[in-house]
Design a protein around this ligand. Structure first.
Ligand SMILES: NC(=O)c1ccc[n+]([C@@H]2O[C@H](COP(=O)([O-])OP(=O)(O)OC[C@H]3O[C@@H](n4cnc5c(N)ncnc54)[C@H](O)[C@@H]3O)[C@@H](O)[C@H]2O)c1
Length: 426
């Protein structure tokens, strides 16, 4: 058991704050970095375990920080300390657990800084914006012997576990192809004009190591996914979830060749990620295909988000809200279906993943979504974006994390950081 903090049971306020505040025993001193949509979803589950005391919240936007502080106080009776700058929080607060749920371009620096201060980290997917940030995160976790769990909660979804068992038992036969996709409709928008950042938002710190664009409401909050300076479009946002499932199923660790094309055929707004994209991944024993489009989401293909495993005995569709379904090849054999078991709100399995995180801390084992696993799944997504940016196919040497003999591609495994931030070299 690492650095657990005993806080005592006698907080008088406890009783008046209901069950979550009532049993204050051994607690992990916990801080959240990025108190936006998903960060608060994670923090609520951390509070729900009754094993975490939220000592501090960090956000560069007061408009997110204030309601988050109020909610934590309401749920627990404790008022965490508030910080805008993660460096100040880490300097002042001894932590057992750091939850990192900022936009993607910040994950690496905050995760590594927290690990180096001795915290175990729960970091959101995709773990990084460029591939070598991810390698530095893995190295930092190993060098400091910290547990680092990635938020790919589908690894603990009951229906994903049973689908994997089904596939690994060979019940779909030999799989030759997997197709992963997002096909949903997003309302078409006009370009959003740049504006002054809202009062209370430190836009310079929000941009951090990434290029600093003028503030635009389409970027923050939540819109950064479709701006390639800060994220990697739909491959980075959704692709990683399904590549993680594919890597869980296969014994292979990476593709050997990748080809992707994409375009903005439909969107006329000021985002810059492709609205249409395909990527082909050659593995040794199967081919994986990614497809996304953000229009014609009319359910013509019965499902909008997920993947199909195509085998010699049938097809297994692994979905999200739609669970999994196996369509056998042989006539007369029954279709098999399993419903998902997801938590509100936003249909996730964070509680199971957080429980696994705490258990890994307590037992010293690796967590189910260990940082190396998250790094591999993120790498598959980022290799697709690398090929898309280059406009041509690339080879991949997963052992050395290099594109063999391709200086132009290798340059994109990292990127220049905006001063004073320094690209992590761990
Ligand atoms: N695992 C999942 O299923 C899942 C689902 C949704 C989002 N996510 C991930 O969660 C992350 C956050 O996404 P979101 O939709 O909640 O975005 P969001 O915009 O709602 O929240 C991000 C927050 O981080 C803050 N922030 C930015 N820079 C910061 C910094 N340097 N220090 C502290 N705070 C900072 C922003 O002000 C904002 O409040 C993303 O990486 C996303 O991919 C994961």
């Amino acid at each position: 058991m690492n650095r657990r903090t005993f806080l005592g049971t006698s907080l008088a306020a406890g009783a008046s704050f209901g069950i979550l505040g009532a049993q204050k025993r051994d607690r992990y001193r916990t801080a959240l970095f990025g108190a936006g949509w998903w960060g608060m979803n994670i923090l609520r589950e951390a509070i729900q375990t009754r094993r975490c005391t939220v000592v501090a919240l960090c956000d560069v936007d007061e408009n997110h920080l204030k309601p988050a502080l109020e909610e934590v106080e309401k749920l627990t009776g404790d008022r965490p300390r508030a910080y805008k700058d993660f460096r100040e929080l880490l300097a002042k607060e001894p932590l057992d657990i750091a939850i990192v749920a900022t936009p993607d371009h910040w994950h690496a620096l905050i995760t590594i800084a927290a690990i180096e201060k001795g915290a175990h980290v729960y970091v959101e997917k995709p773990i990084s914006h460029t591939i070598l940030e991810g390698r530095a995160m893995v190295n930092a976790a190993r060098a400091n012997k910290r547990v680092v769990q990635v938020g790919t909660h589908r690894r603990v979804s009951p229906h994903c576990i049973s689908a994997m068992k089904f596939l690994k038992e060979g019940r779909a036969g030999k799989i030759g192809m997997v197709r992963a996709f997002v096909h949903t409709a997003r309302p078409l928008r006009d370009p959003e004009p740049d504006s002054d950042p809202p009062p209370g938002l430190d836009w310079d710190l929000w941009c951090g190591p990434a290029p600093k664009r003028p503030f635009n409401k389409a970027i923050h909050p939540r819109g950064f996914r479709n701006f390639l300076e800060y994220a990697n479009g739909t491959l980075g946002d959704w692709g990683i979830h399904w590549f993680d499932q594919i890597l869980w199923w296969t014994e292979e660790r990476w593709p050997k060749r990748v080809y992707s094309r994409g375009a903005r055929h439909i969107f006329r707004d000021n985002t810059n990620a492709p609205d249409t994209q395909i990527a082909v991944y050659e593995f040794e024993t199967f081919t994986a295909v990614w497809e996304h489009r953000w229009y014609a989401g009319n359910n013509a293909e019965n499902t909008a988000i997920g993947c199909y495993f195509y085998g010699t005995e049938g097809t297994l569709h692994l979905g999200w809200l739609d669970g999994w379904t196996f369509y056998p090849l042989k006539k007369g054999e029954p279709v098999i279906h399993e419903e998902p078991k997801l938590h509100t709100k936003d249909a996730h399995n964070i509680p199971e993943l957080f429980e696994d995180f705490l258990n890994a801390i307590e037992t010293g084992r690796q967590p189910v979504c260990d940082i190396e696993i998250g790094h591999r799944a993120t790498t598959v997504a980022l290799l697709g974006m690398l090929s898309y940016r280059l406009g041509r196919s690339i080879e991949w040497d997963g052992l050395r994390e290099r594109v063999p003999g391709d200086a132009e591609a290798n340059k994109l495994l990292r990127r220049a950081y905006r001063p004073p931030w320094k690209y992590p070299e761990v």
